[in-house]
Design a protein around this ligand. Structure first.
Ligand code: SF4
Length: 232
């Protein structure tokens, strides 16, 4: 739990990090969140009670469910969101969309805002980064579009993988068709989680990759803006 988060959605937010993730992104900075075991067990009613202690601070912000992958616990996520709705608190889900919509439709439909990580537009590259196909996040995006509910796209810029003009053009072409997308946030790759991979005995393949330069990030923003997207 983080009670004054300012990075995951609008305003000051209560951020809840849920344990477990089905993806294995090569640049993950939280590999300790992959395993579904671990974390702290807590009921949704207790979480909502805790959130309400901070209600006055969350007026212009709200609550964000993050992870790991919050949609791996769809009933729990939905129950917390419903508790927030009952109390007039804005809700967001920060997700990779790596769960079938058949399993997570309820929280996807309930949340006021979806922060959806699209790792790549190209299925081959998406599989190379995550080990999975791009189908699930695209189904979730289509569902939000059908409902007319807002989505902020997040995309990590990794030199040698996604920081590439042709890949960014593919991303722009894909995203330009969705009117539910309010903004695109480009996140520069960093290696702050590398030590966690070592601790877990996992092989980190990006040791030699450097974070992108500010001008490269700005150039990537410009490419996406050409598709009429609001890029941060
Ligand atoms: S979706 Fe997020 S938590 Fe899961 S592996 Fe990818 S970067 Fe890590």
């Amino acid at each position: 739990m983080e009670t004054f988060g300012a990075l995951d959605g609008p305003g000051i937010r209560y951020v809840l990090f849920l344990q477990g993730c089905p993806l294995r992104c090569v640049y993950c900075h939280n590999p300790d969140s992959w395993c579904v075991q671990g974390g702290q067990e807590i009921g949704s009613a207790d979480v909502v009670r805790d959130i309400l202690r901070y209600k006055s601070f969350l007026k212009k912000g709200g609550v964000t469910l993050s992870g790991g992958e919050p949609l791996m616990q769809p009933e729990f996520a939905a129950a917390i969101i419903e508790g927030c709705i009952d109390n007039g608190i804005h809700t967001a889900i920060d997700t990779s969309g790596g769960v079938s919509l058949l399993l997570c439709r309820k929280p996807v439909e309930l949340a006021d805002l979806l922060l959806l990580d699209i790792k790549a537009a190209d299925d081959q590259l998406y599989r190379r980064i995550t080990g999975h196909s791009i189908d699930n996040p695209l189904d979730i995006l289509a569902e939000r579009e059908r409902m007319g509910k807002p989505v902020w796209i997040r995309h990590v810029l990794v030199p040698g993988l996604t920081l590439d003009d042709s890949q960014l053009n593919k991303l722009g072409k894909l995203l330009q068709h969705y009117s539910c997308i309010e903004r695109v946030e480009l996140l520069p790759f960093h290696k702050m989680g590398e030590y966690k991979w070592e601790q877990l005995g996992e092989k980190y393949t990006l040791s030699q990759t450097q974070p992108p330069k500010p001008e490269e990030v700005e150039q990537a923003r410009e490419i996406l803006r050409r598709f009429g997207l609001q890029v941060k």
